[in-house]
Design a binder for this molecule. Structure first.
Ligand code: NAD
Length: 478
């Protein structure tokens, strides 16, 4: 297997030597072998990246939207050119099955770039509103400035572009801090930006861990922070931003409910694929997955049978193999954490009906696991596990299902399964969550995505995502 060694950083639109000596080593999630290393950015590298972003901002914001949009389109083309390289890097780093990476990663990133290019092309420069006390107000949108974008390792490309695409379209400049586990694909973003002609200083990438992230978040030159990661990390970032009165958007953890109504189709041939995508995709390492399965007591055994069939039909193995549906977890730490939760579930009195063990190594594999007889008060039902572990909770009435679904500190995703989509939609509307799907779940780039409660603040995607990188200014006319 090839190894990727990088010795420079992409800062201010150029490859530059790092200020520090430290490197970040990346291992294959499937084999545990070293697959690459990159320099760890030092605080002085962050200073340089922020200074370059600040210097580039007046020029970039002054470009006509059409000109910025053309750069975004070229950036999308350059990402598409690198699709195979990008998805291979991701699969090797974090264990995402390659077929999933093809769908969730490279293609999604270029789609976001083209979508925001189109939106900004058509956004009027100002909205004029007739007034009550003045003749009229002209409402203008201005780019916020320098954005610090902090990204987790689970879906590293798309979660970078949920920030970079609308921020660049709005006229902001961006410093991205990827996770240490997934830095190799970030270099491909840099190469694509350079090839697309993204002007100097508009985009920089500073690989590093939490401490470097904290340094960037509090940097005096940053105007807004866009964070995706754990609720714990989000709290720390929010506290720092509160002190600085710095705008922040937070996309955090989840523990969503998949509610099967009593008329749902439970045939694995009919819904198996959609159910997998909504509960287990990316080895259970997606924030919006419905990992609490709410099953009507009258059909509890049937729901368990359905889930067992879905797990049986999901080959576990090498993420680079096109037939694999479940790969290894992203790190040894993550594997140990998930295994700890499986032990905890047993100790809490839940019954293992599938999996429950470690998959033979090497690699950070965990068997997809289904727990029956789970009470919603169990820790395995309340805490985000972030692995292929499902808890099946019985309920009696629709009201009961909604009550259990809402009995969580989170509010990010969810699904309702029913033969009657109107009935499902009326149950969905009563679930306290930022997004929810009917008979399946797929985040839609044109619609706002984000959480409530401990799942976050703010929205990405849609025009709302663009607006989150713009300040509003009202100009009153006498
Ligand atoms: P994490 O919070 O440990 O790290 C996320 C990123 O933030 C990393 O780049 C990390 O270095 C950085 N970071 C952590 N603490 C920081 C701090 N105090 N200041 C600045 N930067 C800091 O999360 P993770 O384990 O990498 O990712 C998994 C988590 O992300 C899960 O909880 C998952 O639900 C969440 N997530 C949420 C969404 C969403 O859209 N809501 C999407 C994907 C993942």
């Amino acid at each position: 297997m090839s190894t990727t060694i990088r010795s420079e950083l992409y800062i201010g639109g150029q490859w530059v030597p790092p200020h520090g000596q430290e490197t970040l080593t990346v291992r294959s999630a499937a084999t545990e072998e070293v697959i690459g290393s990159v320099p760890a950015a030092a605080p002085a590298d962050v200073d340089a990246a922020v200074a370059a972003a600040k210097a580039a901002f007046p020029g970039w914001r002054a470009w006509a939207p059409e000109r910025r949009a053309a750069i975004l389109d070229r950036f999308a083309d350059e990402i598409d050119e690198r699709t195979e390289e990008i998805i291979t890097a991701i699969s090797r780093q974090n264990g995402m099955p390659i077929t999933v990476a093809r769908r969730l990663e490279a293609g999604f990133s270029s789609l976001l770039l083209r979508y925001y290019a189109r939106l900004v092309r058509h956004q009027p420069a100002a909205e004029v509103r007739p007034g009550l006390l003045v003749s009229q107000t002209s409402i203008r949108r201005h780019p916020i400035g320098v954005i610090a974008a902090i990204v987790p390792w689970n879906v590293p490309q798309t979660l970078t572009f949920t920030k970079v695409a609308p921020a660049l379209a709005a006229g902001c400049t961006v410093v991205v801090k990827p996770s240490p586990e997934t830095v190799l694909d970030a270099y491909l973003i840099a190469e694509a930006a350079l090839a697309a002609g993204v002007p100097q200083g508009v985009l920089s990438i500073v690989p590093g861990g939490r401490e470097l992230g904290a340094y960037l978040v509090s940097h005096p030159g940053v105007d807004k922070v866009a964070f995706t990661g754990s609720t714990e990390g989000g709290r720390a970032v929010a506290e720092a931003c509160a002190r600085l009165l710095r705008p922040v958007s937070l996309e955090l953890g989840g523990k969503s409910a998949a509610i099967f109504l009593d008329d749902a189709d439970l045939d694995p041939d009919a819904i198996g694929e959609s159910l997998f995508a909504a509960t287990l995709v990316n080895n259970g390492q997606v924030c919006f997955l419905g990992t609490r399965i709410l099953a009507p007591r009258s059909r509890y055994a049937e729901v368990l049978g359905l889930l067992e069939a879905v797990v049986r039909a999901s080959p576990v193995g090498d993420p680079l193999d096109e037939s694999t549906l479940i790969g290894p977890l992203a790190s040894a730490r993550q594997r140990d954490r998930v295994q700890g939760y499986i032990e905890m579930g047993r100790a809490e009195g839940a019954r293992v009906v599938a999996g429950g063990g470690r998959h033979p190594g090497p690699g950070w594999f965990v068997q997809p696991t289904i727990f029956a007889d789970v009470d919603n008060s169990f820790r395995i039902a309340q805490e985000e596990i972030f692995g292929p572990v499902l808890s099946v909770i019985p309920y009696d009435t629709d009201d009961d299902a909604v009550r259990i679904a809402n009995d969580t500190m989170y509010g990010l995703g969810g699904t309702v399964w029913s033969a009657d989509t109107e009935r499902a939609a009326s149950v969905a509307a009563r679930v306290q969550t930022g997004t929810i799907g009917i008979n399946g779940y797929a985040p839609e780039p044109t619609a706002p995505f984000g959480g409530i409660k401990a799942s976050g603040i703010g929205r990405e995607f849609g025009p709302e995502g663009l607006a989150s990188y713009q300040n509003l200014q009202s100009i009153y006319f006498p």
